[in-house]
Design a protein around this ligand. Structure first.
Ligand code: 1GP
Length: 252
C-alpha cells in the first residue's frame, strides 16, 4: 500500500519509476462521484498509488467535502488535478501545477499560475509542476472546449515528442498526456513510446483507458502512471474494475 510518509509525493513517484514499478491513479471528479469515500476505500484495498481530484467544471460537486471523504478512508496521496483556480484546496496533499503546453492559450500557460501562486505559497500543498498535453482522442472533450485549445493530432507523435521535450527543458517535473475524459481512443502506444524515449521525467497517461488490457498496453509503451476516471465512474461493480486494473498495472 502506498502511504504518505516523510518523503514527498513526487519523490515517491520518481522512486517507483526508477524501480520500474508502474503506478495507478484514480481520477475522482466531485461532480460525478457521490460516493468518493467508497471509491477511496476500494482504492486502498486495491493498492492504488494516487488519487487525483478535479474536473473541467464543477456544477454541484464540492471539492473540499470530496477530499475530506476520500481522506477519511485512505492514506493514499490525494493530488489536485484542477480544472481551474477555484479548485485549489489545501485539504489535499499536493497539486499538479499544470501548464497546458500543447495549447497556445496564454492564460493556461502562465496567466492562471500568476493568480494561483500566492495562494499556493500560503498553502501546505506539495506543488508538482506538470506539463499537460492534450492529445486528440477521437471526440471533442470538455477540456478542449474549456481550455479553448486544440489537441495535438493523435498521429503526430513528432509534435508530441517535441512538446514534451520542451516541457522537460523548461523544468516541468512530469508530463501528463491526456486524451481527455471519456476519450474514444486512448493515446497510441507509438506516441507514448516515442515520448518515453526522449524524456526522463515521469510520464502520466490518461483518457479513454477502460480495461486492464488498455492499461497494460500504455504501461508497456512507457507510461509511468495510468489515470482512469470515466471507466470507474460508469462501472456498476467499481471495486472489481479497480482491482483488475490495479493488478494489471502493478504486474506489468
Ligand atoms: C481525464 O485522464 C483523465 O483527464 C481520465 O480520463 O475519464 O477517460 O478515464 P478518463
Amino acid at each position: 500500500m502506498t502511504t504518505l510518509t516523510s518523503t514527498s509525493i513526487y519523490n515517491g513517484i520518481v522512486e517507483k519509476k526508477n524501480s520500474d514499478s508502474k503506478q495507478f491513479a484514480i481520477l475522482v471528479d466531485p461532480d460525478n462521484f457521490d460516493d468518493a469515500g467508497t471509491i477511496a476505500s476500494e482504492a486502498q484495498s486495491a493498492n492504488v498509488d494516487l488519487i487525483f481530484i478535479g474536473g473541467s467544471i464543477l456544477t454541484n460537486g464540492n471539492i473540499e467535502s470530496c477530499i475530506m471523504e476520500v481522506k477519511k478512508e485512505t492514506e493514499i496521496p490525494v493530488v489536485l488535478f484542477p480544472g481551474n483556480t477555484l479548485q485549489i484546496n489545501d485539504k489535499a496533499d499536493g497539486i499538479l501545477f499544470l501548464s497546458l503546453i500543447s495549447g497556445r492559450n496564454p492564460e493556461l500557460l502562465i496567466g492562471k499560475h500568476v493568480i494561483a501562486a500566492p495562494v499556493l505559497k500560503r498553502s501546505s500543498l506539495e506543488i508538482i509542476p506538470t506539463g499537460y498535453m492534450l492529445i486528440d482522442g477521437g471526440s471533442s472533450t470538455a477540456v478542449s472546449y474549456m481550455s479553448n485549445s486544440t489537441p495535438i493530432p493523435s498521429d503526430k507523435a513528432d509534435i508530441a515528442v517535441c512538446t514534451a521535450l520542451a516541457g522537460e527543458m523548461l523544468g516541468l517535473k512530469m508530463i501528463y498526456m491526456d486524451g481527455g475524459s471519456g476519450a474514444m481512443s486512448p493515446i497510441s502506444e507509438i506516441m507514448i513510446s516515442k515520448v518515453r524515449e526522449q524524456i526522463s521525467v515521469p510520464l502520466i497517461i490518461g483518457g479513454g483507458i477502460r480495461t486492464p488490457e488498455m492499461a497494460i498496453n500504455a504501461c508497456r509503451a512507457g507510461a509511468d502512471i495510468i489515470v482512469v476516471g470515466s471507466a470507474v465512474e460508469n462501472q456498476k461493480s467499481k471495486s472489481a474494475l479497480i482491482a483488475e486494473i490495479s493488478d494489471a498495472i502493478h504486474s506489468s
